[in-house]
Write a protein that binds this ligand. Sequence first.
Ligand code: PHE
Length: 339
Amino acid sequence: MQERLGEIQNQAKEDLAKAESLEEVEAIKTRYLGRKGGVITEVIKAIPGLPPEQRSSTGKSANTLKQEISKWIEDAKGKFVGKEQASDSKKMFDLSLPGEHKPYGHKHPLTQTIDEIKGIFKKLCFDIEYGPEVEHEYYNFDALNIPADHPSREDFDTFYLGNKRLLRSQTSTVQIRVMEKTKPPIRMIAPGKVFRPDTVDARHASMFHQIEGLMVDEGVSFSDLKYVLTLFAQSYFGQDIKMRFRPSFFPFTEPSAEIDISCSLCKGKGCSVCSQSGWVEVLGAGMVDPNVFDTVGYDSEKYTGFAFGIGVERLTMLKYGIDNIRLFFENDLRFLSQF
Ligand code: PHE
């Protein structure tokens, strides 16, 4: 009987190796393991008729072989199932089915604003410049005529990194970097991130974006500054935009101004974004202080220039009626997909 089991084992192995489809494997399964007439089933059924001393060992061997053949059959099935499914799906490819929807991404609203502003200034022949976010104190303060005891240097107004390095708190750093490496005439804008340890509220975040502007040449005057900024505001918001120039102070410009845009959220009535004033400050600007020219080695008798810094978030909020700066940074697609 043991010999017969050996033969069955070899035969089953051979049959399975020859099988070329799932159907053939199923047929082999019936032939060997089928309840009625299966080769193994018949062997097991015949055991009670064997001499008593052979029954137990033959039973064990037959069961082992049954398990072995079952496993081979499952393996063989596995080989065909994948293949047949693949060829089935090829056969069933239906051109008329709707495609898989892959939503398009798009630029973040702040990037869209920056791109739009770059476009406006490119038309006025301004170059686009970039500077580092991790800066030396020299570029963020000293070279910008900001004295050692100026409040903006305090720990609670600037993120210090140690070793005279900091996260720049304004893009005015790029004015110095560009003037150091180029001679006038200069017309440039510099978009980028700035960092301040402000308490976060509807209008303030600890990281936001500015676009710095600088124009230096012989005979540049405050009326040029006013002209360029008015042109810019009208291009961005439309001809009817209401602007307000307020006298102000920055250590690196003299005279200086802050420029407000009428609050489009409350139509000038007063809301949390405009601090109930009806106006939102979006720009700081002024004529470059001669001390700054002296620091970068420009002849301050010969050259004059203007500089400005635009708050990108504020501008975007006003244009689209967004009442909370935090929405830009929460990455909520329900908000972002509206732009
Ligand atoms: N750097 C100033 C700020 O961050 C803005 C500014 C830029 C003012 C250029 C004048 C000239 O507030």
